[in-house]
Design a protein around this ligand. Structure first.
Ligand SMILES: [Zn+2]
Length: 74
């Protein structure tokens, strides 16, 4: 994935704050440091954390926060 398409994806996800919060809540590391939800394609292994979805949701949350700050308090 290119940086540009990543940013477009982050921007799209950031338009849905509830989705961002849900992704952040679901994609958490387990005791082994692997995502509780994501699997490595074609295997039963869980993906290393942070998985791509967690990175995406984290970036989207940062975008939402920066927009909130730009609007000022209230
Ligand atoms: Zn995940």
């Amino acid at each position: 994935m290119t940086d540009r398409s990543w940013l477009e994806l982050v921007d799209t996800i950031a338009q849905n704050g509830r989705l961002v919060e849900r992704l952040n809540a679901e994609h958490r590391p387990d005791n082994a440091g692997r995502c509780r939800v994501c699997r490595v394609a074609g295997t039963s292994l869980h993906a290393a954390f942070p998985c791509k979805i967690a990175e995406l949701a984290g970036d989207a949350r940062a975008v939402i926060r920066s927009r909130g700050a730009a609007r000022g308090p209230g």
